[in-house]
Ligand binder design. Structure first.
Ligand code: COS
Length: 383
């Protein structure tokens, strides 16, 4: 099956080697395990650790702390490669990378030296706790509280929809240390082993069953004050900055998933015969596949364009929202069409396309629903 990779214009040998390594690991470690782990709903912690040992968990971060100094553009192409084989693992890499952002971007030198190398090397897994049961989109009105008591913040409240709940080693907890609204939000990097950090029962999700999602109850958890990132009141800015970069990760996951679904549908349509010829030769199907290929190419270009802006140090929030919106809608459309191309065979679990379709749905929801992305884009237009 083909996998399309657009090397950056300046790609050197290291970058080429990296993308080759990602492809080789994805074919060897991810593809053969996906069906089994998804069917059992087991998180592939060892696979994620292997990616860490191979240097794929800290790609866009500084080599001074165990990262790889890679442009975001290259990191996103690695994600695309992984997502084409197993979305749950690509999503794990994307969420982990998002979870490293607050520490890598706002941590003090001492904080980074203490905690970042283990995260970037994959020995520790990160998670990102922003949403709450009463609100995911209206993030500035979160209610989880953190009250300074001596040398620790006492955290109370419940976080919702937390990917890596129960398997993460470190949770970024966005909590209220001050007054109402965005200005009262702070970010703590809580050790998962802290008493009072209580992951709840796993959600029974439509797809990505290998990826644990649950609420986390913080019941008087004492998080040492030296785990505050960026100072009190900076949390909302941290959360939004992290999400700008995270949304590009989700876009790349969507592109990879859509490409995987299209590749599978093409192979099927080339070999499945009806009325005496391969069904790909019927224009009705050929045009459908042509539209899918075109939409994926556009989604990939939009995603890499936003990444290049980020790599150049230019504003990219709006472009990240556009990429997330377009790429995830594309993944939903392409995976649905892939099921259609396979007909009845597409509707049963003997083929992976029904799983791809279920998995695509969540990408339109996570890290800001696509309605929130439209809000971000519309606000930029009105400024
Ligand atoms: N980067 C840095 N700072 C940002 C920012 C960004 N992308 N977006 C907003 N901010 C800042 C603003 O500049 C503002 O700061 P000042 O008060 O100093 O000017 C502050 O944050 C508040 O911004 P705003 O008024 O726009 O906040 P809103 O409450 O209107 O919320 C949206 C904005 C809707 C964009 C935000 O709540 C959001 O993204 N919601 C979705 C959350 C989400 O994605 N959840 C998914 C779960 S996490 S997996």
């Amino acid at each position: 099956m083909s996998s399309v990779v657009l090397l950056p214009a300046t790609a050197d040998e290291t970058t080429r080697d990296l993308l080759e390594l990602a492809t080789e690991l994805a074919d060897r470690e991810l593809r053969p395990r996906a069906d089994d782990f998804e069917a059992r709903g087991e998180f592939p912690r060892e696979v994620v650790r292997t990616l860490g040992r191979s240097g794929l968990l800290g790609l866009p971060y500084s080599s001074g702390y165990g990262g790889a100094d890679q442009p975001y553009e290259v990191y996103l192409q690695v994600l695309e490669i992984l997502a084409g084989r197993w979305l749950a693992v690509a999503e794990a890499v994307s969420v982990h990378t998002l979870a490293c952002y607050p520490l890598a971007t706002y941590g003090t030198e001492e904080q980074k030296r203490r905690w970042l190398p283990d995260l970037l090397g994959g020995d520790q897994l990160g998670a990102y706790c922003l949403s709450e049961p009463a609100g995911g989109s209206d993030a500035a009105n979160l209610t989880t509280s953190a009250v300074l008591d001596g040398d620790a913040y006492v955290v109370n409240g419940t976080k919702a929809w937390i990917t890596h709940a129960g398997v993460a080693d470190a949770y970024n907890v966005f909590c209220r240390t001050g007054g109402p609204g965005a200005a009262g939000v702070s970010c703590l990097l809580a050790d998962a082993a802290t008493p009072g950090v209580n992951p709840q029962t796993r959600e029974r999700t439509m797809g990505l069953k290998a990826s644990p999602v649950a609420q986390i109850a913080f019941d008087g958890a004492r998080v040492p004050a030296d785990r505050l990132l960026g100072g009190e009141g900076v949390g909302f800015k941290i959360a939004m900055g992290a999400l700008d970069s995270g949304r590009l990760g989700i876009a790349a996951c969507a592109v990879g998933l859509a490409q995987g679904a299209l590749d599978y549908a093409i192979e099927y349509a080339k070999t499945r015969e009806q009325f005496g010829k391969a069904i790909i030769e019927f224009q009705g199907l050929g045009f459908m596949l042509a539209d899918c290929a075109t939409q994926i190419a556009a989604a990939r270009a939009l995603t890499l364009h936003a990444a290049r802006l980020k790599d150049a140090g230019l504003p990219y929030s709006t472009e990240a929202a556009q990429a997330k919106l377009f790429a995830t809608d594309t993944a939903m459309k392409v995976t649905t069409d892939a099921v259609q191309v396979l007909g009845g065979a597409g509707y049963v679990a003997d083929h992976p396309v029904e799983r791809y379709m279920r998995e695509a749905k969540v990408l339109q929801i996570v890290e800001g629903t696509n309605q929130i992305q439209r809000m971000v884009i519309a606000r930029a237009l009105s400024r």
